[in-house]
Write a protein that binds this ligand. Structure first.
Ligand SMILES: CC(C)(COP(=O)(O)OP(=O)(O)OC[C@H]1O[C@@H](n2cnc3c(N)ncnc32)[C@H](O)[C@@H]1OP(=O)(O)O)[C@@H](O)C(=O)NCCC(=O)NCCS
Length: 164
């Protein structure tokens, strides 16, 4: 039974464990690395968890998606999605789709937001398909944006307009 919701701040270590698992298992999917995030403080994990929706299986977090909206006048109509991850043993069961749909529903409640953007390494086929199916369109390609283990990866910029 999958449930989607927030993680209480006192459970921040479960969030850190899932995030470290993501960065280790899929290093080419994220701009950040384990080395970048090991030094983060408890307060920083709690702050990040506030922006994150989790998928719980039997009460344990197995997937997540982060949404950030700006408070700045000129960009408060744009929401950013990032940090999308589902534990590999739980994939292809619809959890990624449920997480993305939940995030889109939450974003839609904010009347200021008109579009959502994200970037994805096109070699992450599952993620790319997930976003395409949810109505995200490719609007550009950042070449050699990531360098992992001496190899370069492009990133596609995608966006979805929700009030056009
Ligand atoms: C991307 C990810 C979150 C998808 O999670 P998931 O729970 O397996 O996704 P779902 O089961 O909800 O699948 C949703 C859709 O994604 C696509 N998809 C999922 N896995 C796929 C695969 N292996 N190959 C191609 N398409 C795939 C399909 O279109 C699928 O729809 P369908 O089941 O109707 O065919 C997961 O694969 C993951 O964590 N990948 C590694 C991290 C990553 O790439 N994150 C994105 C960073 S931008």
């Amino acid at each position: 039974m999958i449930e989607v919701g927030r993680l209480q701040p006192e459970r921040w270590e479960e969030y850190r464990a899932l995030r470290m698992e993501a960065l280790q298992s899929d290093p080419t999917a994220f701009g950040s690395s384990v080395e970048d995030e090991v030094p983060l403080s408890e307060a920083e994990w709690e702050r990040r968890a506030e922006n994150t929706l989790f998928a719980f299986s039997d009460g344990k977090p197995v997937g997540m998606i982060a949404v950030v909206t700006s408070t700045r006048q000129k960009t408060k109509h744009v929401a950013d999605i990032f940090g999308v991850y589902v534990r590999s043993s739980e994939r292809r069961k619809g959890i990624g789709k449920i997480l993305l749909e939940s995030a889109l529903k939450e974003i839609a409640k904010n009347p200021d937001v008109e579009k959502i953007k994200l970037t994805v390494n096109p070699e992450q086929r599952a993620a790319l398909e997930l976003y395409r199916k949810a109505g995200f369109r490719e609007v550009g390609r950042l070449r050699r944006e990531l360098k992992v283990g001496g190899r370069y990866y492009d990133e596609l910029m995608m966006e979805k307009h929700i009030r056009a």
